[in-house]
Every structure is written in structure tokens, then in C-alpha cells.
Design a protein around this ligand. Structure first.
Ligand code: ACO
Length: 425
């Protein structure tokens, strides 16, 4: 039975239906609010606003739960591969062996990037940030791979191309930024091993694939694969609602992810930890993070939805310990991170504000151990988030009730003002 919320406004009373999700979370359906009452809602930053219904990812920020298509992320991190998790997110179910094999073949067949795109790469200034390059190049893919006539085939091909080529493009930007020869993808390697080989193989030092590193990368990407209506995903849905190509929508998602308050935080965390290690400035950093007059924030801490530990962070931290041990690496930044976490967790400011480490707090240390340079960290996040963006985009395009996303506003500027000719001003 539908529940209603009663709204009294002026002399009238309205009934707004309550929508209930499959995990019991509730929302007031305000889709007829303006037509019935003349009112709109105001929710800066959308902290109380659901932009859609979705059956892809469930998260509970109070309990620290994250599930993709109902499966706990902990189980996927332990048993699945990034490729299989991508299939799950995009197609809504785990693949059979045959489906997974077909998926692998498709990804292998589409892993090369058009040779002419290399000219583009070569012309970016060497100092360009790889996220800017990736966002531009993903949008440019449309020009190199024009639209197919059959809509279903077009969507499937675009999805496959993006998933496969993003690795090649990311590794290519790294190689070119170093002035090194580009390494081509290999059909005999798995999704993650292929990426690592394209990043690190060189004519003078062949890359030796280490299964512990491959496993770590699989887990890293699984943990980033989707996170419901976060900033970049909302960008993908919003831009996609104008019926742009999937390439353009993903390009917008990459641009949004780049921001330091979102995916760019993983780079910012390492920069912050390095700063603490170099200048012994732990106390100063904590002081600045708590100072209301200082815009500085403790990077890798806090989350819009999680008001407890981010479940991804727990897995990431465990993996960080295991990987460093297996590779016999001592990273002084890990000690700094653990000390900072302990201090923050005992500090009233952070506990009162429900600020706990998020996924980005330890992810940079994992990436450093794998050999990924700091300015590629957010690119690594983008590769991981791609299946989530695609799944969310597909869901939005298939929604029979989907509309152009177009929020409203409350105007607070001047009322009608006459134009004054320039000589009279
Ligand atoms: N350090 C210090 N104070 C913080 C932090 C932080 N990292 N995060 C939030 N706060 C404080 C704010 O100053 C504010 O304090 P006040 O209420 O006393 O004014 C309060 O906590 C609430 O902050 P909001 O910005 O309103 O919270 P919001 O939910 O919008 O912020 C965000 C979430 C953007 C992630 C924030 O916690 C932050 O900036 N964290 C640092 C950047 C970061 O790690 N981002 C990665 C997030 S995970 C991801 O995108 C993959």
C-alpha cells in the first residue's frame, strides 16, 4: 500500500506519494509538486535529492555497505575479476563461462587504438595532466569510430571499445609523456596484466608479470567500479540525458572525476602525505584541517554518503599491507598514513563530523607499490569507474520515464531593470 506525506501550503493540503526501494529506503515523490503547488524544492549539492531509481548499486552510508547488483563488494574483491565485475554491472548478472569468454574475445579484438590518434597524443604539451588528455581523447573516439546504423550494435560496440581501449589509451599517454615507445596490447594477457604490460614493458627491460600485482590491480578496479549517483556518475547521466554519444557522456564523467574533492583526491592524498613526511608537519596539517577559516581539508577523509568507515577503504588497507609485504616494499608514506588515521580517529573534530578515511586514503600507496606515477592515479580511478558509468548511462537511456535533466533555481538577482545606454552610465 502506498504511503503518502501530507504537505500543507496556504489553504490547501497535498498528498505526496512515498517511494520505497528494495532495501527499504524511502523517498517522497515530488514529480508533480510544481504543477500542483507552484513550488519547487531547493537542495544545494543535492544531499537530499534522489535523481533516479536504479537497480545497479546499493550503498548504506550509515552501515558501511556497498553491493553491486546485490553482491557485496567484499565478495567480488575476493572472488571476481575486474572484467567479470564489469560484465555484472553492465549486463545485470554474472556471466556464464561462455559469456565471459565471448566478452574477453570482444575486448581483445577492440584493444588497439587508431594509429592516427597517436598524432593527437604527441601534440599535447608534455606537462599536460593525463586526466585532461584522457577526457579529450575519449570524446575524440567518436571521430575515429563513426556511428553504426543499428542502434543495439552501436551501443554494444561503443561499450566494448571504451572498456577495451581506455587501458590502451591510458598506457599510451604515460609512455608518450615519458618520450618512450608505445607498447601494444597482447591477446594472450588478461585485462589487468595487459594494462600493466603496456605501462611498464620496455625494449631494454621486459616487464615481468607478477600475479600478486595483477590481483591487486583487479581488486583496486573492482573497488572503484561503481558508487551509485556520485558526482562523475551524475555528470554522465546528466550530460547523457541530452542524448549525446556515450563517448561524450563518459568524457564529461572523466572531467568531473578529475576534481580533488572527487577522484582527484587519491593524488592529493599522496601529495599531502609526502608533504607531511618531508616537513614533519603532521600537527600543522591536522590544525589546518580543523580550522574553519582555512579551506584546506584532510584529503582522503570524509564522504558525502559514508558516515562510518568506507567499506572499500577497509579492503584497500588490507590489500595495501599484503601487497607491500609480498613485494617486500617499505613505503614511509604508509607509516605516515597510519599515524594520521590514528590521530584523526581520536580527535573530536573528526569523530563529531563523522569523518573517516575513504577509499582514496590508502589507494595511492597501493598504486605506488604497483609502480603507477602519481599523476596517473586519477586515470586509474577512471578506468575502474568506467563500467559503472556505462551501466548507469545504459540504465538511464533505457528508462521509459527518462527526461532531459534540467534542474530549476530560485532567482535572487535584480528585478526588471532598464538598459542604460553606455554614454549615460
Ligand atoms: N577535512 C576536514 N573537514 C572536513 C573534511 C575533511 N576532509 N570533510 C568534511 N569536513 C567538514 C567540513 O568542513 C564541514 O564542517 P562544518 O560542518 O563544521 O562546516 C563538515 O565536515 C561537512 O562538510 P561538507 O563539505 O558539507 O560535507 P560533504 O558531504 O559535502 O563532503 C567531501 C564530502 C567532499 C568528500 C568532503 O568530506 C571532502 O572534501 N573530503 C576531502 C576530499 C576527499 O577525500 N574526497 C574523496 C571523496 S571519496 C571519492 O570521491 C572517491
Amino acid at each position: 500500500m502506498t504511503e503518502f506525506v501530507k504537505l500543507t501550503y496556504g489553504d490547501n493540503e497535498y498528498e505526496l506519494p512515498v517511494i520505497v526501494g528494495s532495501e527499504g529506503e524511502k523517498a517522497i515523490d515530488i514529480s508533480k509538486l510544481r504543477s500542483q503547488t507552484g513550488l519547487i524544492t531547493l537542495d544545494t549539492g543535492y544531499a537530499n535529492t534522489g535523481s533516479c531509481t536504479s537497480n545497479i548499486t546499493f550503498m548504506d552510508g550509515e552501515k558501511g555497505i556497498l553491493r553491486y547488483r546485490g553482491i557485496p563488494v567484499e565478495q567480488l574483491a575476493e572472488h571476481s575479476s575486474f572484467k567479470e565485475t564489469s560484465y555484472l554491472l553492465i549486463n545485470g548478472k554474472l556471466p556464464t563461462q561462455q559469456e565471459l569468454t565471448n566478452f574477453s574475445v570482444l575486448l581483445n579484438d577492440n584493444s588497439l587504438v587508431h594509429e592516427d590518434m597517436r598524432d593527437f597524443y604527441e601534440k599535447f604539451p608534455r606537462s599536460s595532466h593525463p586526466m585532461g588528455i584522457l577526457s579529450s581523447m575519449v570524446n575524440a573516439l567518436r571521430s575515429f569510430y563513426p556511428e553504426l546504423q543499428n542502434l543495439e550494435e552501436e551501443i554494444n560496440m561503443t561499450v566494448t571499445r571504451l572498456l577495451s581501449k581506455i587501458r590502451t589509451m591510458a598506457a599510451m599517454s604515460y609512455k608518450i609523456s615519458r618520450g618512450h615507445r608505445v607498447v601494444y596490447p597482447r591477446a594472450d594477457l588478461t585485462y589487468c596484466a595487459n594494462f600493466l604490460n603496456m605501462m611498464f614493458d620496455s625494449p631494454v627491460k621486459p616487464y615481468e608479470i607478477d600475479e600478486d600485482v595483477v590481483k591487486a590491480l583487479n581488486v583496486f578496479w573492482i573497488l572503484h567500479a561503481d558508487h551509485e549517483q556520485n558526482c562523475s556518475t551524475s555528470a554522465v547521466r546528466l550530460v547523457g540525458s541530452a542524448r549525446v554519444t556515450l563517448y561524450a557522456a563518459i568524457s564529461a564523467g572523466i572531467a568531473a572525476l578529475w576534481g580533488p574533492l572527487h577522484g582527484g583526491a587519491n593524488q592529493a592524498v599522496i601529495e599531502m602525505l609526502s608533504e607531511i613526511a618531508a616537513n614533519n608537519s603532521m600537527a600543522e596539517i591536522i590544525k589546518r584541517a580543523k580550522d574553519k577559516s582555512d579551506p584546506f581539508r584532510l584529503m582522503g577523509f570524509g564522504h558525502r554518503v559514508y558516515k562510518t568507515f568506507d567499506p572499500r577503504m577497509k579492503i584497500m588497507k588490507r590489500m595495501c599491507d599484503t601487497l607491500l609485504q609480498k613485494l617486500n616494499i617499505t613505503d614511509p608514506l604508509l607509516d605516515v598514513a597510519m599515524e594520521l588515521e590514528q590521530i584523526a580517529l581520536k580527535d573530536d573534530y573528526f569523530t563529531d563530523h563523522n569523518l573517516y578515511p575513504n577509499v582514496d586514503f590508502y589507494s595511492g600507496i597501493v598504486l605506488r607499490a604497483i609502480g603507477i606515477p602519481t599523476n596517473m592515479f586519477t586515470v586509474m580511478f577512471a578506468i575502474g569507474r568506467l563500467p559503472g558509468w556505462i551501466a548507469q548511462w545504459k540504465e538511464s537511456q533505457d528508462d521509459p520515464n527518462w527526461k532531459l535533466c534540467r534542474p530549476r533555481q530560485i532567482y535572487t538577482g535584480p528585478q526588471t531593470t532598464d538598459y542604460v545606454p553606455i554614454e549615460d552610465r
